[in-house]
Design a protein around this ligand. Structure first.
Ligand code: T3D
Length: 264
């Protein structure tokens, strides 16, 4: 691991800790960081040693979205095809985070702007330092919310607040984000990484198959009616009921001891 890597990766206790690492640019995305992050999430999907991801940023920011230095109109290269860059870089990462059947914890350590905010919001458990803020910065530069923001914002906070955030592009402090239900919790700055690590480690020691199926179910709910959801719950419960971790969970309960889940 060198400081030149755009994403630092460390695996321990079943948690793959990923740190966006372009602090001088507030961890904004260039192509290299996109590819590095995507490769790590893909690895997490393949590697049974990884049972949870913890995503955070180096330095004082979480992520300031797209590196606007790479979009400088003064370079005279003409208007970029941003649809292409979304399809090539942002959308695959968003889809991977959502599809990964392992929990993704995000520790928002500082400002999260533009696509940086929306990548954080795509994670399963979002913790933020109380000094952190979320900014749907797109309107300030003539763009629309991307990285899934136009989908996640109204679902998380309702249309009125989603429109306010997206059209006004004003910062939303972490405490307010928690009050609005945008994130799981705002915590004292000094506690952020301890708390995020505690949660990620706990999830990594959990029944990985059941947790992955739970994530799938909750994500499906908004697009299905009750009958469809009940059918999906039946199928997921059938699969969970055949896991070794289910047998261990019930045995541990009956033996009045803590379960030792193996993610199987
Ligand atoms: O293009 C596509 O592919 C389409 C996809 C788009 C997705 C998007 O995310 S669009 C939105 C892009 N992001 C933004 O518009 C946010 C831009 N940044 C800011 O508004 C502010 O920097 C922040 C509110 C995030 C933080 O403000 P502050 O005052 O704490 O810091 P600062 O002084 O503005 O920034 C510190 C440094 O980071 C500074 O560099 P310097 O002067 O010290 O050399 C600044 O230029 C740099 N920086 C911050 N954000 C970006 C950035 N450099 C490049 N790209 C950035 N996004």
């Amino acid at each position: 691991m060198t400081s030149e890597e755009t994403v630092l990766a460390r695996l321990g206790d079943g948690v793959l800790r990923l740190t966006l690492n372009r602090p001088d640019k507030l961890n904004s995305f260039n192509e290299e960081m996109h590819l590095a992050l995507r490769a790590q999430i893909e690895r997490a999907g393949r590697d049974p040693q990884v049972r949870a991801i913890l995503l955070t940023g180096a330095g004082r920011a979480f992520c300031a979205g797209q590196d606007l230095g790479d979009r400088d109109p003064r370079k005279g290269t003409g208007a970029p095809d941003l649809g292409h860059t979304l399809e090539t870089f942002y959308n695959p990462t968003l889809r991977l985070i959502r599809a990964l059947e392992k929990p993704v914890v995000c520790a928002v350590n500082g400002v999260a702007a533009g696509a940086g905010a929306n990548i954080a919001l795509a994670c399963d458990i979002v913790l933020a330092a109380k000094s952190a803020k979320f900014i749907q910065a797109f309107a300030k530069i003539g763009l629309v919310p991307d990285a899934g923001g136009s989908w996640s914002l109204p679902r998380l906070v309702g249309e009125a607040r989603a429109k306010g955030l997206a059209l006004l592009a004003e910062p939303l402090m972490a405490g307010q984000a928690e009050d609005w239900g945008l994130i799981w919790k705002a915590v004292e700055d000094a506690e952020l990484m301890n708390e995020a690590t505690r949660i990620a480690t706990r999830l990594a020691g959990g029944p990985t198959l059941g947790l992955g199926l739970t994530k799938r179910l909750i994500q499906s709910a908004a697009g299905q009616d009750l009958d469809q959801q009940l059918d999906q719950e039946r199928d997921c419960q059938r699969a969970a009921g055949q896991s070794a971790d289910y047998a261990e969970g019930v045995t541990a309960f009956l033996e009045k001891r803590a379960p030792a889940f193996r993610g199987l």
